[in-house]
Design a protein around this ligand. Structure first.
Ligand code: FES
Length: 298
């Protein structure tokens, strides 16, 4: 199987690890140096405002633009009409602009990865960086009156690398599960289900309970008992081991922030809110069921 061969090849590329170390230090250091605004910028680039990772939205644009550019270039080669030249140049430029956005969002998402996900991710990122360089040189040749033949060849070479990189992007999502909602397959109680003894829930702390097989994060403030999913939607981190700051819980793995009562995501890298549960107390037992107004899509 092709993906098996590709993954084994990537796993043998030991040089990727030090490159990834340096890049993650640079990217993480950049956002950290910017302080609060850096965190807001990072959250924006992850796509938290969109409720969906921003990177895959942007990647469609260069793929589409450069696919059309191939046809325009081919038409020029066949017909030698100047109209095809302008059309190809404009679509390549549009693709370049979108590719820059895709690169920034992609490297920002990748910065939170580890192990195999990190290796495949950096391979995907480096190949796409090469794609941008090839298309940029092609574009410069086009607008400066350089060799049109070489510009077309570079664009075609870039497209081949682009397809390879896109394959790895699919591998990241479909095989490794990068960026997917970690609640998607979790059982969510829709009828009131016992989760914890009332006496086990102390005021102002985070406690993990279990409803059926589903881990639930519980928090008591005064007479109110709040419950949201315990498993972080970003990559499955345990929220009960996170830090509580007022009504916000911060995931211990990559610092996503959620409202502990509504489940709403307040800071990335997570883009999807936690499941919100209604709570009630029956015979000394806390019970939960999925809330009608949960912000979680599943
Ligand atoms: S698992 Fe990544 S922020 Fe929670």
């Amino acid at each position: 199987m092709l993906n098996h061969v590709v993954n084994r090849f990537i796993d043998r590329q030991r040089w990727l690890e030090p490159v990834a170390d340096v890049l993650q230090k640079l990217i993480g250091g950049f956002y950290k140096a910017l302080g609060g605004p850096g965190h807001s910028l990072k959250t924006f680039l992850h796509g938290t405002w969109l409720g969906h990772p921003l990177h895959p939205v942007l990647t469609d644009i260069p793929i589409g633009a450069w696919t059309i550019a191939i046809l325009f270039d081919l038409s020029y080669v066949i017909e030698r009409s100047h109209g095809w030249v302008s059309a190809a140049d404009v679509t390549i430029f549009i693709g370049l602009l979108a590719a820059l956005g895709a690169a920034v969002t992609g490297y920002t998402d990748w910065n939170e990865t580890i192990d195999r996900e990190r290796r495949v991710g950096i391979s995907h990122g480096l190949l796409n960086t090469l794609v941008v360089v090839l298309y940029l040189v092609s574009f410069i040749l086009r607008v400066t009156g350089g060799s049109r033949g070489l510009a077309i060849l570079l664009a075609y070479a870039g497209y081949l690398v682009l397809v390879t990189a896109a394959f790895l992007g699919g591998e990241l999502v479909f095989s490794i599960g990068t960026g997917v909602n970690h609640h998607a397959w979790q059982e969510v109680p829709t009828k009131f289900t016992k989760v914890l003894l009332e006496g086990q829930l102390a005021e102002g702390v985070l406690i993990k309970g279990v409803a059926g097989d589903t881990p639930i994060l519980l928090h008591k403030k005064g007479d109110t008992v709040c419950a949201i999913s315990e498993t972080c939607s970003h990559a499955g981190g345990p929220l009960s081991e996170g830090e509580l700051d007022g009504s916000i819980v911060q995931c211990p793995w990559h610092a996503s922030r959620f409202d502990v009562c509504t489940g709403q995501v307040k800071g990335g890298p997570a883009t999807i809110s936690q499941v919100r549960y209604e709570t009630r107390i029956q015979n000394g037992q806390i019970e939960v069921r999925r809330s009608e107004d949960t912000l979680q899509p599943n």
